[in-house]
Write a protein that binds this ligand. Structure first.
Ligand code: NAP
Length: 281
């Protein structure tokens, strides 16, 4: 399999690193960037090839688009021209938040399969959870190829495209919620008199250990919590304070607002993409 990554920022480089770690030969991976310096720096770090959007590699099975939402118009315009004048038919895998498959398809030959993915930043340590949704031309075979690419940097699950805004609110933004909990626990630990280094180690170790327990087979967080909570004990006293503070409602509201913001941002991106597509026709 040959993979080309357009956009080698945080996510693009994490994917390249994951593919190399998973044993994909470095000469099967090509990167296409904007800043020459950054692109060659990434290519050098991982030993992969460099290409240009106007001169795509002759062989490419999966072409990953990993640029910012506001940068995708330019990339799709260039990619559309390159693919219209070429015989290669890669799967276009977009990790760009908020840009729907039908909008991406407008720029590409209709036979080119498009798959959209919502990964998250634990990809940088090979522990992402990525949801994928197929566009109109994507087949089961295409989904499997993409699963094997993204499987090199974590877990992959399939969803329908209309679920991706909720996925963004849950797992796309999710690492930030966990980091906020870490930050709040560290602050609280220090207010109890622990020094910063001790507080960091205790909190980070607790979060890492608890996540590892959650990751073992078929576990229910409610049961895991109950197992740490003896009646009238210390944990019960702390949990009672959380429940009284309406923390559940706060989480519900926060995720709803994140989902709604994702929907809003997707809507905001429609006009320029449609304008560019119309200009081409
Ligand atoms: N980070 C997350 O948690 C997360 C989670 C899920 C999805 N995503 C999605 O992943 C995408 C990438 O995010 P990121 O955090 O990796 O962003 P990033 O660090 O800003 O990387 C974007 C890269 O794309 C390059 N680029 C811009 N225009 C280009 C062009 N025309 N041709 C080739 N390369 C170009 C940029 O190059 P320059 O540096 O030269 O501008 C930059 O290196 C975003 O669309 C985001 O929505 C991110």
């Amino acid at each position: 399999m040959r993979v080309t990554v357009i956009g080698v920022g945080r996510l693009g480089e994490a994917l390249v690193a994951g593919l190399c770690r998973a044993g994909m030969p470095a000469d099967s991976i090509t990167v296409i960037g904007r800043s020459v310096e950054r692109t060659f720096e990434v290519a050098h770090r991982h030993g992969v090839r460099v290409a240009d959007l106007r001169d795509l590699p002759d062989e490419c099975d999966v072409l990953v688009v990993a640029v910012k939402p506001q940068q995708i118009e330019g990339v799709l315009t260039g990619l559309g021209s390159a693919l219209h004048g070429s015989t290669i038919r890669p799967i276009v895998l977009s990790v760009v938040a908020g840009v729907a498959t039908d909008r991406i398809e407008q720029f590409l030959p209709s036979v080119v399969p498009v798959i959209r993915a919502m990964p998250n930043t634990p990809m940088t340590v090979g522990a992402a959870i990525t949801a994928i949704a197929p566009g109109a031309a994507a087949t089961e075979h295409d989904l499997r190829l993409v699963e094997s690419v993204l499987g090199s940097v974590g877990e992959v699950l399939r969803v329908s495209e209309d679920q991706l805004d909720a996925v963004t609110a849950v797992s796309g933004s999710g690492p930030a919620y966990v980091f906020l909990v870490a930050e709040m626990m560290i602050d609280a630990a220090m207010s109890l008199g622990l020094d910063r280094v001790t507080a960091d180690r205790l909190v980070i170790g607790t979060l890492a250990g608890s996540s590892a327990m959650l990751g073992v087979g078929d576990v229910d967080p409610v049961e895991l919590r109950a197992a740490v909570t003896s009646p009238a004990g210390t944990t019960a006293a702390a949990l009672e304070v959380f429940e009284r503070s309406a923390i559940r409602r706060t989480f519900q509201q926060a995720l709803t607002v994140a989902r709604d913001r994702s929907l809003e941002l997707s809507g905001m991106m429609r006009p320029p993409l449609e304008r560019i597509s119309a200009d081409q026709n």
